[in-house]
Design a protein around this ligand. Structure first.
Ligand code: ZN
Length: 133
């Protein structure tokens, strides 16, 4: 079963906590043991798992800015002005797999799932595929 989470981002960089929506989809799928695949089709977005702490979320943004500064002569900027967004997306990855046991996502106490907007604001989709029995 695959469901889509629709997200309207409001800024250029944004971390959107989608954990509750994924948990709802997993409950509705009535899968007891399996896996939830969380995947985004976008080349300037990503999916990560980490802690939802305001300071840490700022640290993530600052780290990415430091690793991949804007407009430092990227070739893709000749046809588009968002090479830095694509490159950040490559570092973070477009999907996460989360085990399901006893009908529940097996996230750690502090783990939350985020869609990462890297070139907003935009309309975004995240696909949730639930596999199991
Ligand atoms: Zn581009």
């Amino acid at each position: 079963m695959t469901k889509i989470i629709e997200i309207s981002t409001k800024s250029e960089f944004e971390l959107v906590n989608i954990t509750d929506q994924i948990e709802k989809i997993v409950r509705e799928a009535k899968v007891s043991d399996g896996v939830a695949v969380v995947f985004t089709k976008h080349t300037t977005g990503a999916v990560i798992i980490n802690e939802n702490e305001a300071g840490l979320l700022e640290d993530i943004e600052n780290l990415l800015k430091k690793l991949v500064p804007k407009g430092v002569g990227y070739k893709h900027d000749r046809i588009d002005v968002n090479a830095h967004s694509h490159l950040k997306g490559i570092l973070l990855g477009s999907s996460q797999n989360i085990p399901i046991a006893h009908g529940e996502l097996q996230l750690g106490t502090w783990q939350r799932v985020f869609f990462v907007e890297l070139d907003g604001p935009r309309q975004r989709n995240v696909l949730i595929t639930v596999i199991g029995k």
